[in-house]
Structure formats: C-alpha cells, structure tokens
Design a protein around this ligand. Structure first.
Ligand code: SF4
Ligand code: SF4
Length: 514
C-alpha cells in the first residue's frame, strides 16, 4: 500500500457525509397519481426467493387453480422467502425461466394463466403476533408472508428483525430517502399511504426493542414529508417516532451514509448497521409489514416507477408481482422510440435488462427505458490521469483510483486493506472520472473475486470482529438501560408482541375514525 493510501484510510473516520449532485428526473413520474396497473393475462412468479431457496418445494402443480395470496411454495427455512399467487388463475406450467436479476439468472417459476376474477384465497387472515413466542417463530411467519427488503436488497425481513432483537437496537431508521435520480416509488407510497409507513415504523421500533424510530425523507419530497407529518399526530407514538428531512444528495439513502447523517456515527468497516445498534428498513418494506399485520395480506404487489425518455407516460403503478415488464410498459402508453437501454433499478445503481419479457419481482422498484441522450458518455476508458476527482466524491472515503489499480493486478490483500468491501457501488466515481474508467463495475467484480480468494481464516477473523462489536453493543445497551430498563432481557419477546398487536389495533381504529 502506498503511504498516501495508508494515510487516507486513517483519515476516513470522522468525516462529513458526502456524495454528488445528480440531475433529478423524478418529476416525470410524479405528475400522475399512483394507480393500480391492469392485471395481465399471464403472470410469472419465481418459486425460489430469499437468501437460500434450497429447501423450498412447490406447493402447486400444473393445472391447479390458485387464488390471490395462496402460497406457491412450502417448506424452507429462515433464509428463504415464500412467494404467492398475485391473482387468481390456473397454473399452466412450472418451468425454469429467466428472471430480472443482475446476473441474468434463471429460476423455477409458476406460469399462471389469469382468470380475471382476482379471487382472494379464503385462508388469509389477520395474524395474531402473540403466537410468535420466539424470534425464530416471528422470522418464520414473516418469511411465509413473503416479506423481504423491497428497496432492492431482498434480505428476509424476519431474519433481520430477529438479528436486531438479539443485538439491542438504539434506533430504527425507516429509509424514505430514495436518492436515485429516476426512482419515485417510495415518494408516491409515502404520499398515499403515510399511515401504513408510520404504523409499520412503530411496529419495527417495538420489535427491535429500540428506544425510538425516525422516518427519514430527502428534502426534495415535500409532499411525502407533509403527508407523514400530517398523519403522525393521529397515531399514539408516545414520542418514540419522528419524521425528519435530510439534504438532497446522492447517495444520501445508502444505509451507512444515512446513519452518519442522522447520528454522526460511522458504521465500522465490515460491520452491519445492526452490529452497532441501528436497524434500517426501507419504507416499502415497512408499509408491507404493517399491511400484513393488519390485513393478513402477503406481499403480492409493489409500487414500481416506470420512467425514462422512451416511455410515453412515465408514472408509478401498484403492480402485481409476476407482471411482465412489457405489460407494465404497455400500461404506461408503451415506448415512444428507440430504447438505448432498459434498466431495472435506478440509472446509478440499476442493471441493464436483456429485454422486457422478464417479470416484476419484489426488488423491481423502477424500470427506466433510457434514450441514448440519457445515458452516460460511454467513450472508451483511457488511462487514469490521477486527478483525484473520484476520491474527492466517494461517500465511503475510499481511493477508487488505487482500488482500480489493485483490482487490475488481483492484489487481494491491498484491495481488502483499501476497504473494497466498504464500496457501496454507488457509481459517484464513474460520474466524475474524466478517463471514463468503469470503476463501480470493476469493484463489483473485484468483490466477488476477493471473496473467492479469501482464506477461511480471514473470514473467521471477520466474523469474530463482528461478534466482538455485537458484544460491546449489548454491554453498552445494558449499561445505558441500567440492566433492567424494560429492554429485550427484562421486557420479554412475548410482551413486545403484545405491544405490536396493540399498535396495529390502534392504528386500525385511527384509520376507521378518519
Ligand atoms: S462506487 Fe465505491 S468507490 Fe466509487 S464512489 Fe461509490 S463507494 Fe466510492
Ligand atoms: S477520477 Fe478517474 S482519472 Fe481521476 S483519479 Fe479517479 S480514476 Fe483516475
């Protein structure tokens, strides 16, 4: 490692949050109100979901009629997530299909011929959280409801909550920042369903055993902020929940960046936010959690932004999972001209799709049909001129130019020491690089190679470091709460679930009276 690199790593701690200003394209898709997308004639739902789908088995067979909300799989463990029929129809086949995935994966899918009746599965019922008397039962119930991160990460929600409960959270952060320049699905969700977001946030605070929660929204979403602030007093939050705005900047919505913005604390390298007491959850997931608790509805739809210069009528639609992107685009008036690139996710961190025949899944927050003019300059990369632009903007305080050189020569130790795993692949360095070096993509690939090259002993050291952080966290929490302050140890899991049931009942009553 060069001397300057070592000095830079040392200086990273305690710096201000930073990033770049990117031109916003959000207003194109927020002119029309949120509406339901038409239910297509065919839906394609993957049966493999979650971090590991090994133990999931199909619960349906070809020719079987299914109803909206009916599970399509059975079995599985805490790492897997169930999928459900998103409308009623007949399973035409179970077959492997290409899914919307950055690595163009295939998965076993149920192809359902829709009957247009949209009949609800009669076994869906409001759950009784007090039955989930261990964190494991809670995690299993949420996985069976299809709850996983709707912000794109698709991490099983129940697993994250069980980890949060064990680690003693001080703060729940509901992330409504949505800093990607084209995406507006969370904005529209907060404008139209503020109660679901806020009540879901209260549930998270309770389940995580946290002192308080905050819903963070970027300043460029004044309507969402107003809707949340109007709704907040109608819920009995007992001062445990607030709504705050954060400055508009890319990537302010990164978990580490948001924690730093809100608390001034940096999450240590290689640690997860829950290791140091912060539970972060996307607003879509938070609302979906509340809807499941209130109505017993598993996740069978999501809000998706359809936008870009090649879309006739950009807008946000509540779309049934399994709807092909071609059908969704048709619901937005179709394409207006040549699509230079079809992107799933945002223009900064999304990935290109081969075509529009793949289906909308839980991570599909946005589809951008970009024209050539909208794409970044893709001139061939030339040699680094050591201008330092990339390191000046990197929100993780990395040295992208040094990382790039290390990646080129497979210098794995150096990559690790330079903090490769702290790279959030935001693409800020790409935007400012005058040499057009595809830095973020290089780091994406380098991470995979580094993981493969890592000695088992290095992984063990990594896990031990996280365990040490977790122990420190628990000790600090216990000290701050006097060891008997109503926290996770003294306020048992069962009591918190009773509180969750009360929150849901109160929020539900508040809705009825407004
Ligand atoms: S992609 Fe990685 S290296 Fe580049 S600016 Fe973002 S965090 Fe820094
Ligand atoms: S911005 Fe590009 S050219 Fe400038 S130092 Fe970074 S990698 Fe090199």
């Amino acid at each position: 490692m060069t001397e300057s690199a070592a000095a830079h790593i040392e200086r990273r701690r305690g710096r201000a949050v930073r990033g770049i200003e990117v031109p916003s394209h959000k207003s194109a898709s927020t002119q029309l109100p949120l509406a339901a997308a038409p239910i297509p004639s065919e839906i394609i739902v993957p049966l493999e979901a979650g971090l590991s789908a090994r133990d999931l088995r199909p619960a349906v067979e070809s020719g079987q009629r299914v109803l909206r909300g009916q599970p399509l799989v059975q079995g599985g463990g805490p790492l897997s997530t169930w999928t459900h029929a998103s409308t009623s129809g007949v399973v035409r086949s179970l077959e492997r299909r290409r899914i919307a995935h950055p690595r163009r994966r295939e998965a076993l899918c149920a192809v359902i011929e829709v009957d247009g009746r949209d009949e609800r599965w009669p076994e869906l019922a409001r759950p009784d959280p007090t039955q989930w008397d261990t964190p494991e039962k809670l995690a299993a119930a949420l996985s069976r409801a299809g709850l996983e991160g709707l912000g794109g990460a698709v991490f099983p929600t129940g697993l994250k909550l069980a980890a949060a409960e064990r680690r003693r959270m001080s703060l729940v952060i509901v992330n409504g920042v949505e800093c990607e320049p084209y995406i507006s699905c969370d904005d529209m969700l907060m404008r139209t369903s503020p109660r679901d977001v806020l009540a879901g946030a209260l549930v998270l605070v309770e389940l995580a055993g946290a002192d308080r929660g905050v819903v963070a929204v970027e300043e460029d979403k004044p309507d969402a902020l107003k809707a949340l602030q109007r709704e907040l007093p109608t819920l009995d939050t007992q001062q445990r929940l607030s709504v705050v705005s954060v400055p508009t900047m890319y990537p302010a919505g990164g978990e580490r960046q948001l924690i730093q913005e809100l608390t001034g604390e940096e999450v240590p390298s290689l640690a997860k936010p829950t290791d140091v007491g912060y539970l972060c959850q996307n607003v879509g997931t938070t609302a979906a959690l509340y809807r499941y608790l209130e109505r017993g509805e598993p996740v069978t739809s999501r809000v998706t932004t359809v936008t870009g210069g090649a879309i006739a009528t950009p807008r946000n639609l509540e779309v049934r999972l399994g709807t092909r992107i071609a059908d969704l685009v048709a619901a937005c008036g179709g394409y207006t001209g040549k699509v230079a690139r079809l992107i799933m996710g945002g223009s900064m961190m999304g990935h290109a799709l081969e075509n529009d025949l793949v289906a909308v899944g839980r991570p599909t927050n946005c589809i951008v049909a970009a024209t050539a003019e909208e794409l970044r300059d893709d001139s061939a990369a030339v040699a680094c001129i050591r201008c330092g632009n990339c390191s000046n903007v990197c929100p993780a305080y990395l040295l992208p130019q040094e990382l790039d050189a290390a990646a080129e020569h497979d210098e794995f130790d150096l990559l690790e020491n330079l903090g490769l795993f702290d790279c959030i692949e935001c693409g800020c360095c790409d935007v400012v690089c005058p040499s057009h070096i595809p830095l973020a993509e290089t780091f994406r690939v380098a991470k995979r190679r580094l993981v493969q090259a890592m000695e088992p002993s290095a992984r063990v050291r990594w896990l031990e470091a996280r365990e040490q952080l977790r122990r420190q966290r628990v000790e600090t929490w216990d000290r701050e709460h006097g060891g008997a302050g109503g926290g996770p140890e003294t306020q048992p899991h069962a009591r918190r679930l009773e509180a969750v049931a009360e929150i849901v009942a109160r929020a539900s009553r508040a809705q009825e009276t407004t």
